[in-house]
Design a protein around this ligand. Structure first.
Ligand SMILES: NC(=O)c1ccc[n+]([C@@H]2O[C@H](COP(=O)([O-])OP(=O)(O)OC[C@H]3O[C@@H](n4cnc5c(N)ncnc54)[C@H](O)[C@@H]3O)[C@@H](O)[C@H]2O)c1
Ligand SMILES: [Zn+2]
Length: 331
């Protein structure tokens, strides 16, 4: 097991890669706790949860709303939660985004921790302190920066994850490599078969390397005033594609990264596309979809311009404020 630390403005976070769900009660100690999970995770792993009240929510991006947060908050009142309660989110990025937000609102904020059960949540969603929900279909419109006390990344839980969800997690790992680490990019390319078949050593290494990259960035710029914007590589298009197609998050940002790499004019754009395809990720939208409207509603928009992340090479990137109408021409 390896530990990575994030120093947040309000509190610090420890991320444990290779820790087991079975040790969760050690992190709760003698505090009262409440568990937020979704119905699938509860069915698969509920018998291994510590003895705490469990609040179960549905699945899918459509339930990532204020209504679900209010449902959780009301249940917490019914369960007599108070300021000393620690809230534990056990699930993928949808559960951790919602659970962290609910914990931040309940009685002006209580402690919270996560057991992230999808690859995407382990390498991205559960680490970094962004919590929130969608509003009227617009991604992550409401939310807070607040670090979980701890995150347990138990990679053995990934064995029950559908292949499609595994590939989506690799999309975020490939993003980290593409923008910051060319050696990791090479490693991903050389070891894709073992990675996809969830070889423990390979997956633990990739989850750890990804969390190190993300936490280094968050330690420099928790609230995304500068360098953290680089983590949005592929996400300007990705969020727009996610909104108007059936692609899920990782698939949408895979396509978004290819568009952004091509817009960057680097000769290695094709290498990125090839690597994403090795991980069974889509690299084209597939049909001619008008995404300009969806793009202009991106929350990172400042007037008619947008912060767009370009690659300088595989392993390096920069952010440039560009005119939205120009971004639409990158397609
Ligand atoms: N906060 C952040 O910084 C951040 C970063 C990236 C993504 N996100 C958010 O994360 C969300 C996507 O997260 P996700 O991809 O984990 O999706 P998800 O939470 O919907 O999980 C995907 C599916 O897998 C199921 N599942 C979870 N763990 C499982 C397991 N071990 N075995 C079998 N099935 C399992 C879930 O029930 C769900 O049906 C999006 O809403 C995205 O916006 C947030
Ligand atoms: Zn993402």
């Amino acid at each position: 097991m390896k530990e990575i630390k994030i120093k947040g403005c309000s509190n610090d976070s420890s991320i444990f890669v290779g820790e087991s769900l079975d040790n969760l009660s050690k992190y709760i100690g003698d505090r009262n706790s409440v568990i937020i999970t979704d119905e699938k995770v509860s069915k698969l792993y509920g018998d291994r949860f510590p003895h705490s009240p469990v609040i179960q929510i549905g699945t899918g991006e459509k339930i990532k709303t204020m209504d679900t947060v209010l449902y959780i908050l009301r249940k917490m009142v019914q369960c007599s939660c108070d300021r000393s309660t620690i809230l534990i989110g056990i699930g993928g990025g949808i559960v951790t985004d919602i659970a962290g937000f609910a914990a931040s609102l309940f009685m002006r904020g209580i402690s919270f921790g996560f057991v992230s059960t999808t690859l995407l949540a382990q390498v991205d969603a559960s680490c970094g302190g962004k919590n929130g929900v969608n509003l009227d279909g617009f991604k992550n419109m409401i939310g807070v920066f607040n670090q979980p006390e701890f995150v347990i990344c138990d990679t053995s839980l990934l064995s029950t994850l559908p292949d499609r969800e595994i590939s989506c997690g690799f999309a975020e790992i490939i993003k980290h490599a593409a923008i910051f680490d060319s050696a990791m990019f090479k490693f991903l390319s050389e070891n894709y078969k073992d990675a996809l078949s969830l070889d423990k050593d390979i997956v633990d290494k990739l989850v750890y390397d990804s969390v190190v990259i993300k936490s280094n960035i968050v330690n420099q710029d928790e609230t995304e005033q500068g360098v953290r914007k680089k983590l949005n590589f592929g996400h300007t298009y990705g969020h727009a594609i996610e909104k108007i197609t059936d692609y899920n998050h990782g698939e949408a940002i895979s396509i978004g990264m290819v568009i952004a790499a091509k817009a960057s004019g680097i000769s290695e754009a094709e290498d990125l596309s090839n690597l994403l395809q090795k991980y069974n990720l889509p690299v084209n939208i597939g049909k001619n979809i008008q995404i300009t409207d969806a793009l202009s509603k991106d929350k990172k928009r400042k007037s008619s311009t947008i912060d767009f992340v370009f690659l300088s090479k595989i392993g390096g990137c920069y952010v440039k404020n560009v005119i939205i109408d120009d971004v639409a021409t990158y397609l």
